[in-house]
Design a protein around this ligand. Structure first.
Ligand SMILES: NC(=O)c1ccc[n+]([C@@H]2O[C@H](COP(=O)([O-])OP(=O)(O)OC[C@H]3O[C@@H](n4cnc5c(N)ncnc54)[C@H](OP(=O)(O)O)[C@@H]3O)[C@@H](O)[C@H]2O)c1
Length: 325
């Protein structure tokens, strides 16, 4: 989900759900203080004090800005999206939950306003994004510790910078970490129009990989097909079409995919498995249908398919500089 309105102009959580938040974390080191002030302050934030339905538990509050210490960076948020994981985190259904109360939002881009005396990696004017999930980006500004930020170039579009840290990284890791794919090899995925799906299409095309992209049917399917093909998709197929027997003929010119990327679960993931090459891998990274992955015994025995999972937060933890080998 992609939101876009100015936080400063919004009045209610409902309005705020529809926007690209022009905003700015809690749950990390040196964030803005959480005492919701009685006086209007400069910092406005979308805060939740307990888990539940985001429309009911998220409130627009004024926060006090912490003083900028030696290793701190004062950041003015420029843009922040609403991702499914942001919603899951507020609901309390996510693998990583912040200490409450918390500011919502895991992704975004901000501009450095001021830095503490020992900060060396960024300077005022630079653009920064969160290094990890849980920064609480739905706020106008904040004071963060330098170590939780990563500098990014300022010559990329703002929406791209605001959505750089999760979906494209997830897409890239899944494409390179599970199967040794060569140019010309093929990848199949569902929810191909999702943020992750679109990143998969573009990165796969850049790596010379072909993609079979499954989407849900809709009245303007042609428009969506065209848009995904413009991004580099080779085939765009609906969930209904992929279940048809004739699909085998349609895909006969494409090598059988050795990698499947599953964002949905349920029947959709069973179909991906059916089209995988013997010995291939299906990586599950999302469960949009809220249904379990069902793999037929025959496919597991006779095709020796591998079922794996991926979570970017765990990957980052495992690959952080201090992580144990
Ligand atoms: N594991 C990780 O590290 C990781 C990283 C990033 C994202 N994710 C997960 O990946 C998923 C997608 O994230 P995103 O930011 O790319 O999402 P997004 O851009 O909001 O797209 C959501 C996608 O899910 C589809 N969808 C929604 N409800 C569905 C249903 N009931 N059945 C089938 N498809 C459904 C949508 O299709 P329609 O257009 O047809 O509605 C759309 O393609 C989320 O579950 C997110 O938590 C995981």
């Amino acid at each position: 989900m992609w939101v876009c309105t100015a936080l400063s102009g919004a009045r209610t959580p409902a309005q705020l759900r529809r926007v690209l938040l022009l905003a700015s974390r809690h749950c990390g080191p040196a964030a803005a203080s959480f005492s919701a002030s009685a006086e209007p302050s400069r910092v406005r934030a979308l805060v939740y004090g307990h888990h539940g339905d985001p429309a009911k538990v998220v409130e627009l509050k004024n926060l006090e800005l912490a003083a900028v210490g030696g290793s701190d960076v004062h950041v003015k948020m420029l843009a922040a999206p609403i991702n499914p994981s942001d919603i899951n985190m507020i609901q309390g259904n996510y693998g990583l939950l912040p200490k409450l109360p918390a500011v919502g939002g895991n992704e975004g881009v901000g501009q450095v306003v001021a830095v503490g005396s020992s900060v060396t990696g960024v300077k005022p004017g630079d653009w920064v994004i969160p290094a990890n999930a849980g920064l609480g980006t739905w706020r106008t500004e904040a004071v963060f510790s330098e170590e939780v930020l990563v500098g990014v170039p300022k010559d990329i579009p703002l929406p791209s910078a605001a959505t750089l840290s999760v979906n494209p990284c997830t897409a890239y890791r899944m494409l390179v970490d599970f199967e040794q794919l060569q140019p010309g090899d093929c990848v199949i995925q569902n929810a191909s129009n999702s943020g992750v799906g679109q990143a998969v299409i573009q990165i796969a095309a850049a790596l010379g990989l072909r993609t079979i992209n499954v989407v849900r049917d809709r009245p303007d399917i042609q428009k969506l097909t065209e848009r995904l093909k413009n991004l580099g998709a080779d085939h765009v197929i609906t969930e209904e079409e992929i279940r048809k027997h004739e699909m085998k003929n349609f895909l006969k010119d494409v090598p059988q995919p050795r990698l499947a990327l599953n964002c949905v679960g349920g029947k959709s993931s069973t179909e991906l498995l059916r089209h995988l090459a013997p010995g291939g891998t299906m990586v599950t990274y999302g469960g949009m249908a809220k249904q379990p992955v069902i793999a037929s015994v025959g496919l597991l025995i006779f095709k020796d398919l591998k079922l794996r999972g991926f979570w970017l937060s765990q990957w980052k933890k495992d690959h952080s500089p201090g992580a144990m080998p």
